[in-house]
Design a protein around this ligand. Structure first.
Ligand SMILES: [Mn+2]
Length: 391
């Protein structure tokens, strides 16, 4: 059986107030093409279908369109679970009816497992979806006493093993979908923590008994413990920290004996997220030879002098600059915040002249002192401010 493992679509995501929906449409189109060209039997989405629990209507329409193409036009089954960004209750609307159309949605956790059973030439494969849950939910539903996320996943995977063994004498092939944080996994900036203080980590051992585990939550592709306990990662970059991520969908060929062969297939988003660094003039010059000047950019300007409207200047040549940093203005590790000690001496003691305060400020943000020429310019400007323009 050929399984396409994806996760963390985050449809409807905004990044620095820019909608990524058009890019998401292009990437999902690529996934549809892969399903067709690689003759995929079932598509898995391991949680975080939407970016928000109440997604915008445009995001719902895009998902609706994509699912129609896959389930109806290509007659390929889809199995999806709710992630921590999704509202499990809302996501599962109509799920009992949709099962008949090949769309299997696992919303809120329930006491009885209801695996999706698909068949190939060697027999049945059972797919168990575990929606994102925290220990409180597991305890509430099952009357269990789980104190941690690890307890919760241990409890649920054990329960799946019992259910699976009961159905098929334990001889079959079993695939699990789960949205959780496997201990030791690599994080990036676009994942929302499942709980504070690192209490969200679970051991990969709980999944070792299954043929394959399709994980969601971490946005970088990786496996933990065994190659068949795996994160496909998100289909596109969702933060600048993912600059070096290769974005893929994971094609899993499940054999008769339950072993898997894995092939990561690259996806290509219209705009990459990346960081460029240098002086304004140099970066503007570089744009001429930059074929991807419309990428989503974080720009780090190293200029130490003041620049009027740097964002406006950059956007003329890099239309999608999303964020600007001036590391040189936060020299010697200081941040932009005000040095409160300096403020006290100027407010509490003798009232100091504006020039002296400006010199302190300049030293704080640039780690240098004013040259005579600079001081003359500032003096002139302050004069103008105080006494009005005289010429
Ligand atoms: Mn996610």
């Amino acid at each position: 059986m050929r399984i396409l493992h994806t996760s963390d679509w985050h449809i409807g995501r905004q990044f620095h107030n820019v909608s990524l929906l058009d890019d998401q449409r292009v990437v999902l189109e690529q996934i549809i093409d892969i399903i067709q060209s690689r003759e995929v039997d079932v598509l898995l989405i391991a949680g975080d279908i939407y970016d928000r629990s109440v997604p915008p209507a445009s995001a719902v329409a895009l998902l609706d369109d994509v699912l129609h193409r896959i389930c109806h036009e290509l007659s390929v089954s889809v199995i999806m679970i709710a992630g921590n960004h999704d509202s499990a209750g809302r996501l599962s609307f109509g799920s009992r009816q949709l099962t008949g159309a090949g769309l299997h949605i696992v919303g809120p956790l329930t006491t009885s497992w209801n695996p999706v059973v698909l068949s190939d030439q060697w027999g049945e494969v059972a797919f168990y979806g575990i929606p994102y849950v925290d220990p409180v939910i597991v305890n509430g539903v099952y009357g269990a006493r789980c104190g941690s996320h690890d307890d919760a996943i241990a409890y649920l995977t054990e329960s799946i093993r019992e259910d699976d063994a009961g159905r098929r004498d334990g001889a079959g092939r079993t695939v699990v979908l789960s949205h959780c944080f496997i201990d030791g996994g690599d994080e990036c900036d676009s994942e929302r923590p499942l709980s504070m203080g690192g209490a969200d980590k679970v051991s990969s051992k709980h999944f070792e008994a299954f043929s394959y585990t399709a994980l969601g939550h971490l946005h970088g592709r990786q496996f933990k413990g065994k190659p068949y306990i795996r994160y496909s990662g998100s289909p596109m970059q969702y933060s600048f920290s993912e600059e070096r991520h290769k974005k893929v969908v994971t094609l899993v060929e499940l054999s008769e004996d339950g072993s898997v062969e894995i092939d990561d297939i690259a996806l290509d988003s219209p705009h990459r997220m990346r960081t460029i660094e240098g002086e304004l003039e140099v970066l503007i010059k570089q744009a001429e030879s930059d074929e991807h000047s419309d990428d989503y950019l974080l720009v780090r300007l190293t200029d130490t002098r003041a620049i009027l409207d740097p964002m406006g200047k950059l956007r003329k040549v890099y239309p999608n600059v999303l964020h600007l940093e001036r590391p040189a203005l936060a020299a010697s590790g200081r941040q932009y915040g005000v040095d409160r000690e300096l403020l006290k001496t100027s407010v509490g003691g003798q009232r100091r002249g504006a020039l002296s305060m400006f010199e302190d400020f300049y030293q704080q943000v640039s780690d240098g002192t004013l040259t005579d020429k600079q001081r003359a310019v500032i003096e002139e400007m302050l004069d103008e401010c105080v006494n009005g323009e005289e010429s």
